[in-house]
Design a protein around this ligand. Structure first.
Ligand code: PRT
Ligand code: ZN
Length: 301
């Protein structure tokens, strides 16, 4: 690796899949402009010392664990599975989870055939469960003292019961429509998951430590403003306690005087959650007027 390359931060993200667009959007919102390499595997950062590696999501934990990449964005389902697998194989210091992100929400769940009966975790004793997450499922079963047969399978887990390969499955679910389409019913939640940022277990070289720190602060800033709104309104001074209570996720609004009146004031606040029409209607009913809701683009804590 050349000295110049060594100063650049490498972040691994999913090449093509459910996490790709949101991962690229997050990095772009941190201020990166990039061009895509000919092989489509690397995006070279043009204005920051940061390059993006586009890979299969399953490879991201290893790339970060082995310090090939400094950072990675991947689902907690894979983070947990790989962490347990690496620990079982005695593979070095584990990568670190730096922050969770607000996309890729899903859950790892156990499902049975719709017509089958299910009487709680105890009824899994001695049954065969197909999954791509043998370590996470194995831990969940062990925590409950249940000896079941875990059938490791890398894909198409949902058809295993119909093929007679297993009695139940343990797979990722978001809307549940895939389970329904395969005649399956969700009975247990094994793990709640969302995308997360992971970092190498190795201390980052001093040449790039400063940029790494700045990048993490920017990512945190992007996460904070996601869904946040800036709200401005006029209100009777007497209604301020009631109006403040109605603002979602804000405790300390800024109150400003209005020209020519002592009774009414202007209120500005950042709301950490979305502001729905119902909230605006309640604010109006409490005496607020001239209500404006604006998106927040950046925030530095
Ligand atoms: O090629 P590569 O290996 O990179 O992609 P992949 O096919 O392994 O991953 P991909 O793109 O399917 O998922 C990437 C990550 O997105 C997962 O590791 C999870 O962290 C997250 N995620 C969020 C999901 C889902 N939601 C999800 N619904 N991953 C998979 N699914 C599957 C689910 O198992 C079902 O089969 O999508 C199907 C539809 O789900 P329902 O419940 O909406 O019907
Ligand atoms: Zn994958």
């Amino acid at each position: 690796m050349s000295a110049v390359q060594a100063q650049r931060i490498k972040i691994a993200i999913q090449k093509s899949g459910r996490l790709t667009d949101n991962s690229l959007d997050l990095i772009t919102r941190c201020g990166l402009r990039y061009s895509r390499g000919k092989d489509q595997l690397i995006c070279f950062g043009e204005n920051l010392p940061l390059d993006i590696l586009l890979v299969r999501d399953d490879d991201i934990p290893s790339l970060v664990q082995d310090d090939v990449c400094d950072l990675g964005i991947v689902g907690q389902n894979l983070i947990e599975e790989k962490r347990l697998a690496f620990a079982a194989s005695g593979r070095g210091t584990p990568f670190e989870q730096v922050m969770t992100l607000d996309f890729g929400l899903c859950r790892l769940a156990i499902a049975v055939l719709e017509e089958a009966t299910y009487a709680g975790p105890e009824s899994l004793r001695g049954r065969r469960i197909a999954t791509s997450y043998p370590f996470v499922l194995g831990r969940w079963l062990a925590e409950r003292g249940i000896a079941a047969e875990v059938v490791a399978q890398s894909g198409a887990v949902e058809i295993a019961p119909r093929l007679g390969r297993a009695d139940l499955i343990c797979d990722l679910v978001s809307t549940g429509s895939t389970l329904a389409a395969n005649g399956l019913r969700e009975v247990e939640r094994v793990l709640e998951s969302r995308a997360a940022l992971i970092r190498t277990p190795v201390p980052v070289a001093s040449e790039k430590a400063d940029w790494m720190e700045r990048l993490l602060v920017r990512m945190d800033g992007v996460q904070r403003v996601n869904g946040s709104k800036y709200i401005m309104l006029h209100a009777p001074r007497s209604a301020l306690p009631q109006i403040t209570k109605l603002l979602p996720g804000n405790e300390h609004p800024t109150i400003l005087p209005l020209d020519g009146t002592d009774e009414r004031v202007a209120l500005h606040a950042v709301c950490r959650e979305n502001v729905f029409w119902e909230t605006l209607e309640s604010l109006k009913a409490a005496g607020a007027s001239a209500i404006l809701v604006l998106p927040v683009e950046k925030m530095l804590a």
